[in-house]
Design a protein around this ligand. Structure first.
Ligand code: SAH
Ligand code: SF4
Length: 384
């Protein structure tokens, strides 16, 4: 299921929106300043550095706030580029403090980002990498939403900026942050959008900007094996693998991508992940599905499967969503499963579901973009 939204007809006559500087890497920014005749090439590195600090350290959205940039340069920047934040369609706060934003980055393109306090060092932001997903994991709500498109680096960085605006975390603090970790565990498969994910990670980890350490940035994948090595080499991000099953027969059903890259290939790919060590463990995510993958035998099979890999296992109680047939394992079953992993030497925290009341928990994210697509299709049909 990979239907892509065709907005070409709807947007054919619309002028191209100006480039948002927030989505450019340092090198991209330098080049953009030269191309737009903002400054000569020999001054571009210095100018880019200055502008960079305003955007990513101070979080400004208005060129006029760049007080050490001359007025005529500010005007040139404003004429050629934008720093506008995307529209926030909805903001919800859960009883447990989890915050969820539905962000519209372009017509018909809506993504969700979720901030979860008290996770990681201080709080983690779960970001989306695509609108919808082409992979149809049977237990995942996002998987029921066809892919609309990959997000750009600017749209990924914008999720961090929106969260930071809301948490009032500008200028970017080095210590005492509320947003200390980033996890690519929102909508979409990040390894199908590695170019933009990688640029976004370069931007948010830059020391003179948002400055989140790459060790506090985790990319979760359902197992796109050929992209594991490039992910590690290009981003040095921490790796999380959505495992969910210990044999191919079951994983083929839960994570259909397994039919393409089976468990043996996946495990080889993980063992070869650049930088993997006891200090940089892989996280295996394992969603607990009642009567499906939660027996003690499966816990033992899991221990065997990951043997020798520096790893921890996150046990995720299944988060139900409207229309699913799966149920969450009983608490006792989850604890028994965790005990077997712990005994084998693997840290295996049970992830407390957060933000369930606002459908912000793992696998519950699903934007309205699909409905918009349906309405665009209807409109196109009517116009034909
Ligand atoms: N596509 C990537 C990242 C996004 S999914 C991936 O699959 O890894 C983020 C995590 O949430 C994955 O581990 C996914 O398996 C898990 N998840 C999906 N649906 C879930 C649900 N309904 N309940 C609990 N976890 C779920
Ligand atoms: Fe896509 Fe990840 Fe959901 Fe699978 S679990 S459908 S890969 S978002």
């Amino acid at each position: 299921m990979s239907i892509t939204l065709d907005l070409s007809r709807a947007t054919a006559s619309a002028p191209r929106p100006p480039v948002n500087l927030s989505g450019l890497t340092r090198e991209g920014l330098r080049q953009a300043l030269i191309d737009a005749d903002i400054c000569p090439p020999d001054k571009a590195r210095m100018r880019a550095s200055q502008v960079w600090g305003w955007i990513h350290h101070f979080g400004v959205t208005d060129f006029a706030a760049m007080s050490n940039v001359a007025k005529d340069t500010q005007a040139k920047l404003a004429a050629a580029f934008t720093l506008a934040r995307p529209e926030i369609v909805e903001r919800q706060v859960s009883k447990d403090g989890t915050r969820k934003w539905l962000i519209r980055t372009a017509p018909g393109i809506e993504v969700e980002a979720v901030y979860i306090p008290d996770v990681g060092r201080a709080g983690a932001l779960c970001v989306s990498s695509q609108v919808g997903c082409t992979l149809n994991c049977t237990f995942c709500h996002t998987g029921t939403q066809a892919l609309v498109r990959n997000l750009t680096a600017a749209e990924i960085v914008a999720q961090v900026q929106v969260a930071r605006d809301d948490l009032e975390e500008w200028p970017s603090p080095k210590e005492d942050r509320r947003l200390s970790n980033i996890v690519f565990m929102g909508m979409g498969e990040p390894l199908y959008n590695l170019d933009h994910v990688s640029d976004a990670i370069d931007i948010i980890s830059d020391n003179e900007g948002i400055a989140l350490s790459r060790r506090r940035i985790t990319v979760s994948t359902s197992g796109v094996v050929p992209m594991l090595e490039p992910l590690g080499t290009r981003t040095q991000a921490m790796l999380a693998i959505s495992l969910h099953a210990t044999n191919d027969a079951l994983r083929d059903v839960l994570v259909p991508l397994n039919k393409k890259y089976d468990l043996a290939q996946l495990m080889d790919g993980i063992r070869a992940y650049p930088g993997i060590s006891n200090a940089r463990r892989v996280t295996f995510e394992y969603v607990m599905l009642k009567g499906i993958n939660d027996s003690p035998d499966e816990a033992r099979a899991l221990v065997k499967l990951i043997e020798g890999i520096p790893a921890k296992v996150n046990l995720i109680p299944f988060n139900p969503w409207p229309g699913t047939d799966y149920e969450c394992s009983d608490w006792k079953t989850i604890e028994r499963f965790a005990a077997i992993l712990n005994k084998a030497g693997y840290a295996s925290p049970i992830r407390t579901p957060r933000g369930r009341d606002i459908l912000a928990a793992c696998g519950q994210l699903k934007s309205e973009s699909e409905k918009i697509r349906a309405s665009v299709r209807r409109a196109e049909k009517a116009a034909a």
